[in-house]
Design a binder for this molecule. Structure first.
Ligand code: HSE
Length: 428
């Protein structure tokens, strides 16, 4: 049995996990694919760095091109991260006829269609299971498990850092700033947390899930993004009072052939399964026309969970190699992209208003909603302890984004509304 040779680009957290699994599960893996899978070469930044695993120094190189162009290597596994350099590495690897496994969501969200086009031209595989929700096999599930269904809606908690922060705020009443500081201390949030807290990391993952779910080429710029940095302790307390949890949700939903994709802090009804996903865990809820509700839960990051997905992709490539086929047909988008307009994007909304506490205020507010055809589900008023004003919490029925924008604009001209304190999407 001729071994299949793998070249690794990167030996950080995920790369180390890949080596551990390939070595530790070698027997099982070769029984599954019919030949040993061995790591031939590894490109690293510093070859003489101390590592937590033993690696034959002869396998290490500081030159990624040496790995990419090695004629002995069948599969290139990219676990370096970032897009600077990796795009060129991937394109050249495909030019050299190598199959690719990558854990890189930035790369796939930004350059996925270019890489898949090159792979199609070169008849090579590209797998990227670990790029979304680390250890949850959601990409394979969307491609294979749902191939017979039409996906109507995907809702994802696909960023563990923000889920940790929101869980802390909800369960312990911690402020956003303190919860973020703790997430940094625990190593979940980066020193510059912008990509996580402003929803960009989740948006990249939703672009990938949307492309696979709707079989159309969703680009990052198609995803409407709002992060959690403006979510206050007070918002979360109000959400809880009304029976909701606050979650940073990626939502991709479709009506007929038109769809929308967004990432935003969302108030989710407590009895929805995704409301119970806490801490750094990830979950993806998928509603299929035929199957109905499904949900996939697990670790979204970390050495071994992410490496599990990377190695499963290597196994998939090797199985295809043995069969003399590639799996691209099922992952290259084949439908035209039809994005919903603001008139077509409909959902429930929560609004928290600070208003003058006098006769006729509620009438003026409800008049604005009536004017723009937004129906209300509930209205709750309570005094504001610090001012003579009152606070009004409103939950609307499903309304179009366009109509809600009109209502908010109308509010700007209403003297009795002191401030629109918060507006959130509501699900469940
Ligand atoms: N920063 C990401 C998260 C890690 O917090 O989920 C994996 O993409």
């Amino acid at each position: 049995m001729k071994p299949v040779k793998v070249g690794l680009l990167g030996l950080g957290t995920v790369g180390t996990g890949v080596v551990r699994i390939l070595e530790g599960h070698q027997e099982d893996l070769s029984s599954q694919v019919g030949s040993p899978i061995i790591i031939e070469k590894i490109a690293v930044k510093h070859a003489d760095k101390q590592r937590s695993i033993e690696i034959d120094p002869a396998k290490l190189t500081e030159d990624p091109w040496e790995v990419i162009r090695d004629p002995e290597i069948d599969v290139i596994v990219e676990v370096m991260g970032g897009v600077n350099g990796t795009r060129e590495f991937m394109l050249e690897a495909l030019n050299c006829g190598k199959h690719i496994v990558t854990a890189n969501k930035d790369l796939m969200a930004l350059y996925g269609s270019e890489i898949l086009a090159k792979a199609t031209e070169k008849q090579c595989d590209v797998f990227y299971e670990a790029s979304v929700a680390g250890g949850i096999p959601i990409i394979r599930t969307l491609i294979e498990g749902f191939s017979s269904d039409r996906i109507i809606k995907i809702m994802g908690i696909v960023n563990g850092t923000t889920n940790y922060i929101l869980t802390k705020m909800s369960q312990e009443g911690t402020s956003y700033e303190d919860a973020l500081a703790e997430a940094k201390q625990l190593g979940y949030a980066e020193a510059d947390p912008t990509s996580d807290v402003e929803g960009l990391d989740a948006a990249r993952k939703m672009a990938i899930l949307g492309t696979l779910g709707f079989r159309a080429n969703v680009e990052l710029s198609d995803v409407q993004v709002r992060g959690i940095s403006s979510v206050s302790k007070e918002d979360i307390a109000y959400a809880k009072r009304l029976g909701y949890e606050m979650k940073l949700l990626g939502i991709a939903d479709r009506d007929e052939e038109e769809f929308s994709i967004s990432v935003q802090p969302t108030m989710v009804k407590k009895n929805h399964p995704i409301a119970a996903v806490n801490g750094v865990f990830n979950a993806v809820y998928v509603f299929g026309e035929a199957v109905g509700e499904t949900m996939f839960y697990g670790a979204g990051a970390g050495e071994m969970p992410t490496a599990t997905s990377v190695v499963a992709d290597i196994v998939a490539v090797v199985k295809n190699l043995k069969l003399g086929v590639n799996g691209l047909k099922s992952i290259v988008p084949y439908k035209p992209k039809k994005l919903k307009s603001d008139e077509q994007i409909c959902y429930k909304n929560f609004l928290l208003l600070q208003v003058a506490d006098k006769a006729g205020v509620l009438a003026q507010i409800t008049q604005a909603f009536a004017e723009y055809n937004v129906s209300l589900e509930s209205v709750v008023q309570s005094p504001n302890a610090d001012t003579p004003d009152a606070e009004i919490m409103i939950v609307t029925h499903r309304a179009s984004r366009a109509n809600m924008e009109q209502v908010l604009k109308y509010f700007e001209g209403l003297e009795v509304i002191r401030r629109v304190k918060s507006v959130y999407r509501v699900e469940g």
